[in-house]
Design a protein around this ligand. Structure first.
Ligand SMILES: C[S@@+](CC[C@H](N)C(=O)[O-])C[C@H]1O[C@@H](n2cnc3c(N)ncnc32)[C@H](O)[C@@H]1O
Length: 256
């Protein structure tokens, strides 16, 4: 049995900076005081709050989450904003590496009437994305998961791929290292291994006026642009200081 005030004390003792706020969220989600105690135990052990309560509030939508699924980050609202600006009713939008499907859900909420497909390698993420999106969620390795009829017709390709360089993984917060799958985080030697694979086939899947949007770091910008250029694409990088976010905007290069 646990009262909310006890939950605050336990969370604070466990090092939670926002103990009051988190205790309130857990208390609202718990069925009873025993349930609250169990949730506080999990949070004190370092599990992300969103995985415990089973949802994350992201870009104005409530996204259902499961244990072990990447928690959508506030900085990814930049990708949502860019995608929503580009998409219109009838656009074909793909959320590749969709995790929970948070980005696709937010874009579909902002721009009703799009045709949305989402895909991920991880079956747990796919199940979670189906919770959020219903149909149109596919499992598999990048484009191999997508229905073939989308080839050459994707208007907005959102790919929030894993982009942490392998050597930086040990410096991530324990919440991410211990409770999010390595495949959701690790982008290989320079963090751009999955982006390279996405860029390599982007021209085949985008419509002639389509675009690919990916989150990157400031340090990755020059290399990411060179990767795009080497695959017959043109790239621009944009950022949002408030969100501490960088995104690369990639389009098919005009024929020479
Ligand atoms: C950084 S997370 C982003 C998840 C989601 N888009 C979001 O922003 O919340 C990266 C996702 O890519 C998926 N992923 C990694 N490699 C993949 C691959 N080769 N094919 C498909 N999905 C992959 C992971 O399972 C993970 O869900």
């Amino acid at each position: 049995m646990l009262a909310t005030s006890d939950a605050v004390h336990r969370l604070r003792a466990a090092g939670c900076v926002f103990a009051e706020e988190e205790a309130a969220v857990l208390a609202e989600a718990a069925a009873d005081t025993a349930g609250l105690a169990a949730m506080v135990d999990r949070r004190a052990a370092g599990e992300p709050l969103e995985q415990i309560v089973g949802y994350a509030d992201f870009a104005g939508v409530r996204v259902r989450l499961r244990q072990g699924v990447f928690v959508p980050r506030v900085r990814s609202e930049l990708l949502v904003r860019l995608a929503a600006t580009e998409a219109a009713e009838g656009s074909v939008v793909v959320d590749l590496c969709c995790g929970s499907g948070a980005l696709g859900l937010a874009v579909r909420t902002a721009v009703p009437g799009i045709t949305l497909h989402a895909a991920d390698l991880d079956p747990v993420a796919v199940a979670c994305a189906r919770d959020n999106l219903g149909g149109g969620v596919h499992q598999g390795d990048l484009y191999a998961a997508l229905p073939g009829h989308l080839r050459g017709g994707v208007d907005v390709l959102i790919a929030n791929v894993p982009y942490v360089a392998t050597r930086h993984i040990p410096f991530l917060p324990a919440e991410a290292r211990d409770h999010e799958p390595r495949t959701a985080l690790d982008g290989g030697d320079d963090g751009l291994a999955v982006f390279r694979a996405v860029a390599a086939q982007a021209r085949d899947w985008l419509s002639p006026t389509g675009l690919l949007l990916s989150e990157i770091t400031e340090a990755q910008a020059a290399t990411a642009c060179a990767i795009a250029d080497g695959n017959g694409l043109t790239a621009a990088v944009t950022s949002d200081d408030d969100l501490d976010a960088y995104a690369i905007i990639v389009r098919p290069a005009p024929a020479r």
